[in-house]
Design a binder for this molecule. Sequence first.
Ligand SMILES: Nc1ncnc2c1ncn2[C@@H]1O[C@H](COP(=O)(O)OP(=O)(O)OP(=O)(O)O)[C@@H](O)[C@H]1O
Ligand SMILES: [Mg+2]
Length: 326
Amino acid sequence: MTKLLEVNGICKSFAVSPAPGQKSQRLQAVDDVSFSMLPGETLGLVGESGCGKSTLAKLLMGLLEPDRGAVHFQGLPLSGLSRRQRRPLLRKVQMIFQDPYASLNPRMNVEAILSEPYIIHNRPQDAGQGVQQLLDAVGLPQEARFRFPHEFSGGQRQRIGIARALALKPDLIIADEPVSALDLSIQAQILDLLRELQQQYQLSYLLISHDLSVIRELCQRVAVMYLGRLVEIAPVSDFFHRPRHPYSEMLLKALPIADPRHPQHALPAGEIPSALAPPAGCSFHPRCPYREQECQTSAPALTSLGNDHFAACHVAEKLFLDGLST
Ligand SMILES: Nc1ncnc2c1ncn2[C@@H]1O[C@H](COP(=O)(O)OP(=O)(O)OP(=O)(O)O)[C@@H](O)[C@H]1O
Ligand SMILES: [Mg+2]
């Protein structure tokens, strides 16, 4: 089967304005990340704030160019193409954002918001019928088209954002914290909608969330990021029962209620080191209860542990870490 997405060793750093009298610095937001996705798959991406999740999403959307490495979508490279060559490819990858308030233009009514993708992609003739179908698909009434974003609740606004992402019939939707700004009961409704749409349109999702219970509910596999690097990637059930990276264990231990209907924000103990001055060796070693000498000097590569489970940890083979008991 052709891979939907193939990411090979991508890196992205940003220049950071120096403090007075100091040399300018670069912050490594995404550091040598590789993974792939199959068509129809839902992959979760978790990690603490600032670990590089949104930067990775922008690299996959073609909104940022990687410093190194390559992204292939359905076998075609995203880099090195002209804007015109890239356009049909990028149409197949769409994004849903965390904050439906900020991501919708307040001056445009829903009809204009949902027609825009058709107009940008030179298919204005498809907009009329398209908008009608999109409203049906996301469970909004037809009269919604004449109303403006501020006239809707948060959950309804997220439905508008989802409809806009669906307009051009994408194959992959990157959802960056799609429910974290919503009330719990509304979160469940939006997750149900995402699941229904996935079946209806054969979508793949890359679901970014720092909420492991959302990941557990929707994803087949989960990838864990720490300070710009992927530290674990595994099938969801395996991951929750037997995580193989100490950081993942820490995230799971911070999940007090093992019930996907009660999402919690996972916040492990200890300070996150700065991405500007990452620790030597394994960047997790200062917080790791299992660290050994080697961990302080050499950075572990993401290594197969069998059964489609990968972890970047020198001591992973020896450890029996705690997962969730239920
Ligand atoms: N345009 C930019 N210029 C400079 N630094 C940036 C830029 N974009 C992101 N960063 C930095 O890169 C790092 C990764 O940011 P990113 O937004 O990808 O994290 P994140 O995992 O999405 O966090 P959150 O969970 O808070 O959304 C952070 O330290 C951030 O400050
Ligand atoms: Mg983010």
